[in-house]
Ligand binder design. Structure first.
Ligand code: SF4
Ligand code: SF4
Length: 326
């Protein structure tokens, strides 16, 4: 498929859906709702923000009641997450497992098409300087998507389907030339990625490493890192009483926020910044891999890019691994 045909395909999608895609604004790429094909950035540069809010909005009403009537999970509009880079697809694949039984997430997902994109593998992985995994040939088999588009060196585009829903959308749009990729589970046959195992080992028993004390000295516990992180999914539930009833809301939260670990008696498990930092890394590099054999971090470096004091997750992992060898 050439650029003109891709344009026709995307314009068809735009006529009937809300489409989120990477677009360039003032020299940076952002994920944003788009109005036309020309706005889309097809370089596979990592956007400053991720696609997280398409699947898990910063705030949503789960249900509300008025008198004796309850209204649950308001239907979402038909949406396309278009040109999702491979790292954001890995984060989305994690969400698909974490929210597998969450009816509110699933209802939104039913109305959402996920269209991945690469400007070429493994070049994109090299460009992203990933530290969470070693590149594996069969990376697409372990990602969840409906459609995946790959830009070839000659400037043409090839299509893959990853679900029946994706196949249907391609057929409806007269895209007949595509290959189907069956999802082969989170873990490759060869076993967990060695880098995932190494990072887990580096973090698991590191609480007494002096790195955490040093970071706690400078970290402001502002939570910007977890807001921007595509794999952070912690949320608060809040009941908002109104004149005629009540609304239950779900809102993003962060383990860096003061209320996060508060329990009865006003006790907080994560009262000190050192504990917050360690907990954040532990969740990503130990607990998620332990529970799902999958990545809790996808090397996007957005946390570093927004951190007001420059805390660098890749450098910290390296240092923890090195200190362990001493
Ligand atoms: S963004 Fe930086 S300063 Fe803020 S909580 Fe995260 S690590 Fe700490
Ligand atoms: S690099 Fe930082 S922002 Fe990106 S996935 Fe890992 S922890 Fe989250």
């Amino acid at each position: 498929m050439d650029l003109g045909e891709l344009q026709k395909f995307v314009e068809n999608l735009l006529s009937d859906n809300i489409v989120y895609a990477p677009m360039k604004k003032e020299a940076k790429v952002f994920v944003s709702p788009i109005n036309n094909f020309a706005e889309i950035d097809w370089t596979s540069e990592l956007p400053a923000n991720s696609f997280k809010s398409v699947f898990l909005p910063p705030e949503e009403i789960l249900w509300k009641n008025a008198g004796k009537k309850f209204k649950t999970a308001f239907a979402s509009k038909k949406t396309i997450a278009l040109a999702m880079n491979v790292l954001d697809l890995q984060a989305f694949t994690l969400f698909e497992h974490v929210f597998e039984k969450d009816i509110y997430y699933q209802r939104r997902r039913q109305n959402t098409f996920v269209v991945g994109f690469t400007a070429g593998l493994p070049d994109d992985f090299r460009k992203y300087k990933i530290f969470h995994a070693d590149y594996e040939e069969n990376v697409l088999e372990h990602l969840i998507f409906d459609i995946f588009i790959e830009k070839q060196k000659n400037g043409n585009f090839i299509f893959f389907s990853g679900s029946e829903k994706g196949q249907k959308l391609l057929e409806e749009n007269n895209v007949k030339d595509y290959e189907h990729i069956e999802f082969a589970g989170l873990v490759p046959e060869s076993g967990m990625n060695p880098r995932l195992i190494a990072n887990r080992k580096a973090v698991e028993l590191s609480f007494n490493d002096k790195l955490w004390d040093e970071l706690a000295e400078i970290c402001l516990a502002c939570g910007k890192c977890s807001v921007v992180c595509p794999t952070c999914f912690c949320f608060n539930l809040e009941d908002d009483p109104q004149l005629n009833g009540v609304e239950r809301k779900r809102q993003w939260t962060s383990c860096f926020y003061p209320e996060f670990s508060k329990i009865c008696g006003n006790k907080k498990e994560l009262a000190e910044v050192k504990k917050k930092l360690y907990f954040w890394y532990y969740h990503k590099f130990v607990r998620i891999p332990e529970e799902l054999s999958y990545y809790g971090c996808v090397s996007c470096m957005r946390c570093f890019n927004v951190c007001p004091v420059g805390i660098n997750i890749a450098a910290n992992l390296q240092r923890l691994a090195k200190n362990q060898q001493k």
